[in-house]
Structure formats: structure tokens, C-alpha cells
Design a protein around this ligand. Sequence first.
Ligand code: GTP
Ligand code: MG
Length: 217
Amino acid sequence: MVSELRIEQLKQMKYELTKLLLLYRCALDEIETKINILKQEFQALHDYSPIEHTKSRIKTPESILEKMIRKNLDLSFSTIKENIKDIAGLRITCSFIPDIYNVQEMLMKQNDLEVLEIKDYIESPKPNGYRSLHMLVNVPVFMSDSVEKVCVEIQIRTIAMDFWASLEHKIFYKYRQTVPEQLLKELKNAAESAHSLDLQMGDLHREINEIKHMQGE
Ligand code: GTP
Ligand code: MG
């Protein structure tokens, strides 16, 4: 029979987990609101938004547990908060590469956000060809009796980078991490093609803007 003490412990754990996931959900809401404001401002005042769309997700408790075990961490809520930095994730898709850095800069200027880390996989792509800009930020979440700093992982990428990453992810899932050598090579080539397309579209965008500028629009 489960002792009363054990039931109490389980109840406490459930409370802690609910609170933890709630905090991450609220942190994501905060960042999504910020992005929405930027998007609306750009759309209203410049008739152009550098942000195509956003997608957020919270890691499932199963996935958090799997990562804790993989990283050989002890199972406590404080260890989760300190070590798993991607419980809350926001992906921002932009039209062009310069838009990515614009969005990064706009977020970095916001005083309530504390930037913890930036990984520029566009400047230095991963060996497999992966490109994206990653930011880890702490967001303050105002609860009834405290202010909690909550970490959110933001990935900013172009549509072409996103297209490649989603397919690569699916292929890895299908082959359960052991992708044939030939396929890896083709994936890397596809990443380079996606990058060329990004550069080409960027040039086109600049040319169109120059024409508009000359026409005084
Ligand atoms: P994790 O411990 O796996 O989170 O790695 P990390 O802390 O070194 O973070 P990193 O910034 O390298 O990657 C974090 C996230 O970026 C991953 O969870 C993926 O969503 C995405 N990512 C990184 N590398 C790749 C890749 O090669 N392919 C795809 N499709 N996504 C990637
Ligand atoms: Mg991760």
C-alpha cells in the first residue's frame, strides 16, 4: 500500500511540475506578445514585416525526463531549471537573412530580456549544413507573489533554412539517427542550395527596394 507520506510527496511533485510548465508557458506568451507587437508595428508603419511567422512549443515531461537521463542529471526541479534550457522554445521564421539579425537586435534592445547566449549557425553552419540563429534569453514572469526568470530558446531562421531543418529532422527520425553516408552528403548539398537561394532572394529583394526608392515610393 502507498503510504500517506508518499501520496503527499507525489502531490507536491505534481504541483511543482504544473507550476514549472505554467512558468514556461507564460514566458513563451510574453515573448510571443513581443514578437506580435514588432510584427504589427512593422506592418502598420513600414508596410513590410521581417517576421513571416512564429511557432512555439513546450517540451513534454517525457522529453524533459529523457534529456535528464541522457545528460546524466539528478531528477530535481531545480536541476531541470538550471540545465534544460530548451523547455520553452520559440521559432521565428523570417523572409531574408538580414531580417534575422534585425529581429535579434530588436530583441536584444528590450531591457526586460536578459540574453544568456547567442549561437550563430548562419555565420558558422553546423557540419551537416544546419543554419539558424539561436538565442537563449531569460524572461521575467510576474506571478502573484514573485517574479521568476524563465529561460526561452529562440531560433530565428529563413523559410529556406526552416524547410531544410524540418526535412532533415524527419529523415533523422525515420532512420533513427543512423542516416546512410550518401544521404548525409545529399542533405549537406541541399543545405548549400537552400543557402544560395537565400542569398539570391536577398539580392532580388535589395534590387526591388532600390527600384522602389528611385521611383520615390
Ligand atoms: P541540445 O542539448 O540538443 O539542445 O543541443 P545544444 O544545447 O547544443 O543546442 P543547439 O543550439 O545546438 O541546438 C538546439 C536546437 O536546435 C535543437 O533542439 C534543434 O531544434 C535545433 N537544431 C540544432 N542542430 C540541428 C540540426 O542539425 N538539425 C535540425 N533539424 N535541427 C537542429
Ligand atoms: Mg535542444
